[in-house]
Design a binder for this molecule. Structure first.
Ligand SMILES: Nc1nc2c(c(=O)[nH]1)N[C@H]1C(S)=C(S)[C@@H](COP(=O)(O)O)O[C@H]1N2
Ligand SMILES: [Mo]
Length: 294
């Protein structure tokens, strides 16, 4: 594969070096057109400076003191605000003011009627890059792979091999996969709808609000609300671009969806757990939105 073997680390948007350099360059430019109005005294002083005349010591001190105080006030202000945020009660490691905003976002998403993302023609799709190998760094023996299905009381409902998923109705899903890092890719997934899989367990698990999924080694894990995972565009994918998944893309079974960010599309599913508690989620624990909806 010649595609970028992407980062496993922080999935946040990366700012290019040149963008940073460009900004700094502009604001640092001498005599910039920043809209700052110069006083007559300043103009005199600047003329003096240009002509090689030294700024009088008193004036220099006054100006340094003034810019120091302005800067210091800003730093103290920002520091106090941040201290206030940090001293707020913490839930999940996230201060309540930030958590409140995340919860408002979720309420908005949850209140929206189930929408479907656009789908594309198969010809519009091409192989997707590999992005993120948390919990799947070592290859596994695909023939020995099984997935544990657990009920809301922690009970083992099933231990399934791939034939169960192959036996479900097979769908094509050609959608835009969106990564929170800022790239997206029209991808052709093939596999079973989670909702078709769920029919096997619907009676036994009842009204569970969540499903948690984990890699076999527990290294990467995601939480889904039941409505999103039962959405007809949420696939238990076995294939990508018409071929069985390779290990780096989550063989033999992964999630695919155009309605959540890529962070939720767990590769190499080892556990599917129905639960009444909101499941742990790898990137939500690192301050990303738990819902991660689109
Ligand atoms: N096990 C596992 N699944 C994962 C990740 C990961 O690091 N480990 N990264 C996620 C992210 S951030 C994205 S964008 C997609 C990328 O899928 P791809 O490698 O098939 O492009 O996988 C998701 N699933
Ligand atoms: Mo991602």
């Amino acid at each position: 594969m010649t595609e970028r073997d992407g980062t496993d680390g922080d999935p946040s948007i990366q700012i290019g070096d040149d963008a940073v350099a460009g900004d700094a360059g502009e604001s640092d430019a001498p005599g910039d057109a920043s809209g700052h109005r110069s006083t007559r005294r300043e103009l005199e002083l600047r003329a003096q400076a240009r002509s090689g005349e030294a700024i009088p010591v008193d004036e220099f001190k006054k100006r340094s003191r003034r810019s120091f105080l302005t800067g210091a006030a800003g730093v103290v202000g920002a520091g106090l605000f941040w201290r206030w945020v940090q001293n707020r009660p913490v839930d999940d490691g996230i201060p309540d003011v930030i958590r409140d905003q995340l919860e408002r976002n979720e309420a908005i998403w949850a209140a929206l009627p189930a929408r479907s993302a656009p789908e594309f023609d198969i010809e519009d799709a091409s192989p997707i890059r590999v992005n993120g190998r948390i919990g799947i760094r070592d290859e596994i023996d695909l023939a020995a792979w099984t997935v544990r299905v657990e009920g809301p009381d922690g009970e083992l409902l099933d231990e399934l091999d791939i034939s169960t998923f192959e036996a479900l109705p097979q769908r094509d899903l050609v959608i835009e996969h969106k990564c929170i890092e800022g790239w997206s890719h029209v991808t052709h997934w093939g596999g079973a709808r989670f909702s078709d899989f769920h029919e096997r367990y619907a009676d036994r698990v009842g009204d569970v609000p969540y499903v948690g999924l984990e890699t076999p080694d527990g290294g990467y894990y995601v939480g889904w609300d039941i409505d999103s995972i039962l959405h007809p565009q949420t696939l238990l994918a076995l294939r990508e671009h018409g071929e069985p998944l390779d290990q780096a893309h989550g063989a033999p079974l992964r999630l695919a969806s155009p309605n959540k960010y890529g962070i939720k599309t767990l590769k190499r599913i080892g556990v599917i757990r129905y639960t009444h508690e909101r499941p742990a989620d790898y990137w939500a624990e690192r301050s990303y939105d738990w819902y991660a909806g689109l």
